[in-house]
Design a binder for this molecule. Sequence first.
Ligand SMILES: NC(=O)c1ccc[n+]([C@@H]2O[C@H](COP(=O)([O-])OP(=O)(O)OC[C@H]3O[C@@H](n4cnc5c(N)ncnc54)[C@H](OP(=O)(O)O)[C@@H]3O)[C@@H](O)[C@H]2O)c1
Length: 264
Amino acid sequence: MDLKIKNKVAFISGSSSGIGYATAKVLLNEGAKVYINGKNKKKLDDSTEKLKKLFPKSEIFSVCGDFLQENQVDEIIKKLPDIDILINNVGIYKSQSFFETKFNDWMDPFTVNFMSGVKLSKNILPAMLSKNWGRIIFISSECAYLVPEDMIPYSVTKASMHALSKGLANLTKGTGVTVNVIVPGSTLSEGAEEFLTSLSKKDKISLEEVKKRFFKNVRTSSLINRFANMEEVATTIAYFSSPLSSATNGSIIKVEGGSTSGLS
Ligand SMILES: NC(=O)c1ccc[n+]([C@@H]2O[C@H](COP(=O)([O-])OP(=O)(O)OC[C@H]3O[C@@H](n4cnc5c(N)ncnc54)[C@H](OP(=O)(O)O)[C@@H]3O)[C@@H](O)[C@H]2O)c1
């Protein structure tokens, strides 16, 4: 299927690895020009080089910057050209008892996961509205629904994102711009692998066993009963980045393997 995004310009926050990087690959394969981002310059440069090797004819750019640092966010925004597709993907989380959370355990995920999308959208949406075309996608999480007891701050940032996305979609009424949320479930990104590896070390069991136990004991509501791979999520993001998805606006699209159950 041709996604019809040739020469569209995309920015993906937090994309030097993980779901963001996998999405960059799909968009590049469809002929888009892609700006990737990360806070570690060396890793970002390496990922950019890897993409240039994979897609030698494509236009690939990198913008280094940490969404936790306000001045760096301003610098990222200054470096961006006119963007057609904004994918608010950057997200951080940690597993922690609610009773041990301190102020920054709330503010850091809020700054990175939520405020990054506020700032980028505030700067990018006006031009999309003027040219009557654009796509803004917020990458949420099944945690917005499941709210695991050890990840309350993270889950709150993702649930807030749904209201933000809906509000921005309301601003696009009657235009060709759409704003939607994609809800991944447990997905085997490098970040998730690292998290699972730390559990495997902590509990002294194999990584495979950690993954099996996760669906047996923790994510029991999953219907696919396995981790999604990054491509499964990336192709969904790419579809909703494309003109083909023009009748979907203000929506929440789930690619969580059925884990959030219910009818909504
Ligand atoms: N993986 C899952 O199971 C899962 C499930 C549901 C939702 N999600 C959501 O999907 C999105 C992507 O997740 P992922 O698992 O692919 O994440 P990941 O593997 O942890 O993502 C890593 C990417 O984010 C960048 N990054 C992290 N902190 C940053 C910051 N402060 N500023 C700029 N870049 C930063 C990293 O760059 P550096 O290495 O330079 O920091 C790297 O490029 C997140 O919003 C996450 O909440 C993931």
